[in-house]
Design a protein around this ligand. Sequence first.
Ligand code: HEM
Length: 467
Amino acid sequence: MVDIRGPRAIALLDPTRSILRFLADPLAPLLSLSERFGPIAAVSDGHPELVCAFGAQLNHEVLTQPGAFEHDSALPFSAPKGSAFERFNRAMIFMNGDEHRRVRRLLAPAFQKSALDAYAASIVAVAKLELARWRTGERVDVAHALRELTLRVALRCLFGVDIGESTEQLGRLAARQLECLASPFSVLLPARIPGTPYAELIETCERLEARMRGLIDARRRSSAAPDDALSLLLTASGDDALDDDELIGQMNTLFVAGHETTATTLAWTVLLLARHPAALDAVTDEIEATLGDDDPTPEALSALGALDRVTKESLRLLPPAPVLFTRVLSREAKLGPHTLPTGAGVVLSPLVTQRDPSVFERPRAFVPERWKGAQPTTYQYIPFGAGARMCLGAAFANMALRLLLPMVLRRFSIVLDPDQAVAAHVRGITMAPKGGLFGRIERRARGQRARAPVTARGPIDALIERS
Ligand code: HEM
């Protein structure tokens, strides 16, 4: 036990049950814990198994000591020896110390400036083709359409898969992998009994891996100049280079981490702009004035200030990762005034951090204009985390968001169903619109203004202020 307050357990089993419930759906508990108990709260009173730490000071303490506050490398269930699932789990997100530093160093060239320029051209080319296929005038799940868009972008930029090639299967397999991973039945019944989510997970990983090995072979045979992450990583040589098994585990992580978070950010931004027509007008006017009929380029982005502010504000208010990966203490360590034992779990939250009223005035309101003056510190604004474990794809994601959003907004008006009840839910670590975000996508004429404001109210109003 530690002297960290939190909601009281009623029965003996409750600490474990509270923790499982928190991990399954952390949004409401996060906000209530920070309101009721302040900067440090135990998910179950006095229990160090899972402790939430809120605010810049504690983010700094945890994120600057990756040796003490490690990523949890233990899976909730075991992987069959020699399986694709086992190889996928040798991903960098489960690594610590030297092992993590090595893989991060080897992957870094695929995300540095010179690589980003090549990706920018691919992002625009893929988006042009994909957006030309969007069906207009019909009611669709806009969040799904945006996920398809970022899926194709990820396949092109990470694996070099062109839009004409069959990508559906890879996308479906990746989505199914996530669903099976998140299923409580995989934890409760980790046995390869046909029909169970665990058995399906193992099978899905085998099929995904087979597809990825096919992509590696294709890249090896290709004589084209490398303009995707996989080709860049395959050109790396030396004793220390990643072997194929290692590469597969990392590519799977990049693929999953890469497209879901970006898609979700786009979906939340569409919702926020629909609720704030003045901000939508400011962004679309700016895009038209700056780009005309041209496609965006990385160079043009510096002239798109309103777009930059909207993106930052969306990532502040509805961060796609509302919590960072849980940290586990490798040794006894201080957290604020408390001493936590080895094995304690710590949750940091971009969602709560970015609602600190002493840093962001009217924190629950969508106010892109605040970014004309706001200069939060590294630990006050953490949609991508911070420090040694900061999102490896942050620069790529920031660029992709700022290229894709103008391409969508210039071509289409997205008229969300005015009465739908929008809610947020967390799958894995991503916070997405629960059950989708529905509306009509209409072709937009130049100069056309936003339509009547869309309210799209519902449980989401617990997270964002109406204005
Ligand atoms: C809007 C889009 C994105 C957001 C908000 C986001 C956010 C995050 C967050 C919060 C973390 C965890 C940091 C921690 O626990 O300390 C993370 C880790 C990571 N992200 Fe992203 N991410 C995004 C897009 C991407 C993309 C496009 C890629 C690659 C293609 C990527 C690759 C990674 C990797 C590899 C890690 C693990 C880093 C490590 O453990 O050293 N992410 N991301």
